[in-house]
Design a protein around this ligand. Structure first.
Ligand SMILES: *[C@@H]1O[C@H](CO)[C@@H](O)[C@H](O)[C@H]1NC(C)=O
Ligand SMILES: *[C@@H]1O[C@H](CO)[C@@H](O)[C@H](O)[C@H]1NC(C)=O
Ligand SMILES: *[C@@H]1O[C@H](CO)[C@@H](O)[C@H](O)[C@H]1NC(C)=O
Length: 179
């Protein structure tokens, strides 16, 4: 048997194995990049640190910090005034997909050496609460590409771009003790 034939036999097995268990689909420990709200076309820089259990987003005037361990959101305005907010579906992140995530479809994007595979998962939390996430498959982790949230009649669509492993400025996660 030649090498190609062997690859053809094993490649589909490896793929179906990986998509069958969503809890094995994980983001890296630290990730930063640009998140673009596709509804109002506003960009923000985001950082995630699953060791700290924190996700943050920032534009020129506003900053948001999500504390996943404390289940609490914090918003900072242009004057850096801090306001707490409860976490809705929009602000929830998991390093690995929850077991309730259902694989929908796989797509191939790009051509030649820059082509990659992405998997679409759907998470239904209730009648009015669902999320869809498209993740590109990297060697040992996945990266978010597109996320759709539907929460009690409100819809959000976010495009993730310019991914980088790591967090260049950890102060993005800072929350004053008196907030
Ligand atoms: C920054 O984010 C805030 C809140 O989401 C928004 O109101 C504001 O317009 C954004 N600024 C820019 C420059 O996009
Ligand atoms: C994101 O960060 C880069 C580098 O610090 C900065 O040039 C850019 O303006 C920031 N983008 C937003 C939307 O805040
Ligand atoms: C779903 O959302 C709609 C519109 O906001 C509301 O009328 C309906 O009662 C909600 N249903 C449930 C099960 O929450």
């Amino acid at each position: 048997m030649n090498v190609l034939a062997v690859l053809c036999v094993f490649a589909p097995l490896v793929m179906s194995q990986q998509v069958s268990d969503p809890t094995k689909v994980c983001l890296p420990n630290q990730l930063s990049g640009l998140a673009i709200n596709l509804i109002d076309e506003r960009p923000a820089n985001f950082s995630m640190d699953f060791g700290l259990q924190k996700v943050a987003a920032q534009n020129d005037t506003n900053r948001y910090v999500i504390d996943l361990a404390k289940n609490q959101g914090y918003a900072f305005d242009a004057q850096d005034t801090c306001t707490k907010f409860p976490l809705g579906l929009f602000s929830r992140w998991f390093q690995c997909l929850p077991s309730a995530a259902v694989f929908q479809t796989q797509i191939e994007a790009g051509l030649g050496s820059v082509s990659y595979i992405a998997d679409l998962y759907e998470i239904n939390v209730g009648a009015n609460v669902s999320a869809g996430i498209l993740l590109s498959r990297e060697s040992t982790y996945s990266l978010p590409l597109l996320r759709r949230d539907f929460f009690n009649g409100e819809q959000r669509l976010t495009l993730f771009a310019n991914p980088k492993l790591g967090v260049s400025d950890p102060t993005i996660f800072n929350v004053p003790a008196n907030c």
